[in-house]
Design a protein around this ligand. Structure first.
Ligand code: GLN
Length: 447
């Protein structure tokens, strides 16, 4: 059924960078045989799952939606993909994304934009736009995405699916092609909260291959699928509902809070300071880490190499000039600048200090509240072509998601309505570190 959907919709939507119809079909048939013989019994047995194209898959093209990795076939799979497969899932393809996960619309992909299944004149969000659109269009049942500054939650919101970014360290980043290593986390995009908890349970693991991975004993996330929020303390940051928030988004998000209140939650407004500093802080740190992480793409070790060059430095220069798109180059330049001597203290170090202050502000909030509720993005999905010309405007759209990454917190986006154009709206629930269960419980009770 999923393949039939791909056959009929994929040409228009462009959710996948790599989809091998025959391989997917035979993997599905193989899985079915094993299930019938009782040999495949995992929690995801036979479920078709798509993987964002920045996670390494053994023997399968992994491009990061960049020309520079246009012919890169990894020799190993990322830990999250391995765990998905061990749980019985059928990995059916690799989904489109913003190049190296830099962007909010999936339009910076070197392989063309993905379209929003609800209205194909609009973007699906990003950077995990292919994953979100594929789930929304039934081109898979669930997908894995990655979230550095909102890239799971925002496309989930734009496409009307559930998307979760776990606490930093919960899912191994081994085999995830790095963007901002101190912020990147892998997480699920699903049709509902139950699927989300199920996938979370599979992918959360301590992994020695990722030194930031955390050993947790509380990853039985499906045990939190309880329809009960009586007494749950929910904080609404006043600062999230000010200028720039679309009135229809505001109304839908606040109505979600009302639903939780009617089910017995204690809902209260509070001041979350420092919100205005989140964007400059994030773009300083993420760009700095990106500029360092992307040094490895030099035409020697991986993928693409420019054709005509004159010596080693000319090869580096031409390969990187031709291989990276404009948004990636912008970030590399910004990152190199903020890390350069003389500017390091003024920008990068200062950003790290503000990051610590943002974490402290959240710590104070979580002393009072179990869950923080707010919007995911200021608007619904913009029209294709309307964002690329103005990068700063695009960056400002990340206002509600990025502080969650800066503080390492878990966050989930759950559909809460539609605007007048029929485009989905998501509500964001944010939890304290390692408190995914409260998020899942609240999201499940709301859904
Ligand atoms: N839009 C943000 C950026 O471009 C977030 C992307 C992400 O989470 N990967 O950096």
């Amino acid at each position: 059924a999923v393949i039939a959907n791909i056959d009929s919709k994929e040409e228009e939507l462009n959710c996948y960078v790599t989809f091998d119809r025959e391989a997917a079909l035979s993997a599905a048939k193989e899985a079915q045989k094993k299930i019938e013989a009782g040999e495949l019994t995992g929690p995801l047995a036979g479920v078709p799952i798509a993987i964002k194209d920045n996670m390494c898959t053994e023997g399968v093209l992994t491009t990061c939606s960049s020309k520079i990795l246009g012919n890169f076939i990894p020799q190993f799979s990322s830990e999250a993909v391995k765990r998905i497969e061990e749980a019985g899932a059928v990995v059916i393809g690799k989904t489109n994304m913003d190049e190296f996960a830099m962007g909010s619309t999936t339009e910076t992909s070197a392989y063309g934009p993905t379209k929003n299944p609800w209205n194909t004149e609009h973007v699906p969000g990003g950077s995990s736009g292919g994953s979100a659109a594929a789930v929304a269009a039934n081109e898979c049942f669930c997908a894995l995405g990655s979230d550095t500054g909102g890239s799971i939650r925002q496309p989930a919101s734009y496409c009307g699916v559930v998307g979760m970014k776990p606490t930093y360290g919960t899912v191994s980043r081994y085999g995830l092609i790095a963007y901002g290593s101190s912020l990147d986390q892998i997480g699920p995009l699903c049709k509902d909260v139950t699927d989300c908890a199920t996938i979370m349970e599979v992918i959360a693991s301590h992994d020695k291959k990722d030194s930031t991975s955390v050993e947790r004993k509380d990853t039985d996330f499906t045990s939190a699928l309880v329809d009960d929020v009586a007494g749950m303390r929910i904080g609404i940051p006043r600062d999230y509902f000010g200028e720039g928030l679309d009135p229809q988004v505001k109304e839908a998000v606040l109505s979600a809070a009302e639903v939780l209140k009617s089910k017995g939650a204690i809902v209260e407004e509070f001041d979350l300071s420092l919100v205005e500093y989140a964007i400059p802080t994030y773009y300083t740190i993420a760009a700095a880490e990106a500029s360092s992480n992307l040094e490895r793409f030099d035409g020697v070790k991986y993928g693409f190499r420019a054709k005509d060059y004159d010596g080693l430095h000319s090869m580096y220069k031409k390969t990187r000039s031709e291989g990276f798109g404009p948004e990636v180059k912008r970030r590399i330049m910004l990152g190199s600048f903020v890390l350069s001597s003389g500017y390091y203290d003024a920008y990068y170090l200062k950003a790290l200090r503000v990051k610590a202050m943002i974490k402290k502000a959240f710590d104070e909030a979580f002393a009072k509240y179990d869950v923080i509720l707010g919007p995911v993005a200021p608007t619904t999905a913009p029209k294709l072509g309307s964002s690329l010309a103005d990068p700063i405007k695009m960056y400002l759209g990340d206002i509600y998601t990025i502080s969650v990454n800066l503080a390492g917190l878990p966050g989930i986006s759950v559909p809460c309505g539609k605007d007048d154009n029929g485009l989905p709206i998501g509500v964001q629930l944010i939890g304290d570190c390692f408190n995914e269960k409260k998020l899942i419980q609240t999201a499940y009770a709301y859904e």
